[in-house]
Design a protein around this ligand. Structure first.
Ligand SMILES: O=C(O)CCC(=O)C(=O)O
Ligand SMILES: [Fe+2]
Length: 229
């Protein structure tokens, strides 16, 4: 479990105006998770896992691959929660809530409250993702972009600094692959030369995490670019 107010506070040009509490929700038995919230977190995680796996089936259907393909590659096995708290900031043009980035995950399930501030890049424009009561936002992440060989593209997004007089709260749950032994990359059944060639190389999650840590939270993925063939 970690608590931080920036991705890399000392390397970033601007500090993100937020505090973030992060924890792996697939390891709620760990003594790193305070005992008083272990059972609630476990219950939340069961629901999230089920929802994530249903989404994976739908995404596999969209790709035209066997519906359990992503699940069988352990894509629902690592679940990581980030609880963000964006305090009121009186000069919203001077910094951001969360700098623009794509999520490195397979995908992310995001719950935002009614304050708003999340934006996605559409062409050259930033478009507000307006809060909708009871709705969850699903962000495609870099790993799914690579596994789908660019059929699904990871979404560039950011959060503007919160100029409302109340704090904004959001909860993101990242789904990450959990198998450290196998290689990830474009699913072979999507590659049918000479018409469809693989765009990315195969890599282990260790390679991927090493690259992610060295890159930081910075713009549209040099992370996916790094794995281009
Ligand atoms: O706070 C939000 O709405 C988005 C947070 C986010 O993009 C992230 O945690 O990766
Ligand atoms: Fe994100």
């Amino acid at each position: 479990m970690t608590f931080a107010s920036n991705f890399y506070l000392f390397q970033s040009k601007a500090a993100s105006w937020r505090d973030t509490l992060q924890m792996g929700t697939d390891r709620t038995d760990s003594d790193k998770v305070p005992e008083f919230l272990r059972s609630e977190l476990f219950e939340l995680d069961q629901h999230i896992k089920q929802l994530g796996e249903t989404l994976m089936e739908i995404l596999c259907e969209g790709l035209g691959v066997e519906i359990n393909r992503l699940k069988n590659m352990a894509c629902s096995e690592r679940r990581h929660l980030a609880g963000h708290y964006y305090p009121y900031f009186p000069e919203p043009n001077r910094t951001v809530g969360t700098k623009f980035h794509t999520d490195p995950s397979v995908f992310t399930i995001l719950l935002q409250d009614h304050i708003g501030g999340l934006q996605v890049k559409h062409g050259e424009d930033w478009v507000d993702v307006k809060p909708l009561d009871g709705a969850l936002v699903i962000n495609i992440g870099d790993i799914l972009q690579i596994m789908s060989n660019d059929k699904y593209l990871s979404v560039e997004h950011r959060v503007v600094a919160n100029s409302f007089r109340k704090p904004r709260i959001s909860i993101a749950i990242f789904f990450n692959p959990g198998n450290m032994e196998i290689k990830y990359g474009p699913l072979p059944e999507l590659i049918t030369p000479p018409l469809k060639l693989a765009i990315y190389k195969q890599f282990t999650m260790e390679d991927f995490m090493m690259k992610f840590r060295s890159k930081g939270l910075d713009g549209k993925s040099s992370l996916v670019d790094y794995f281009l063939l």
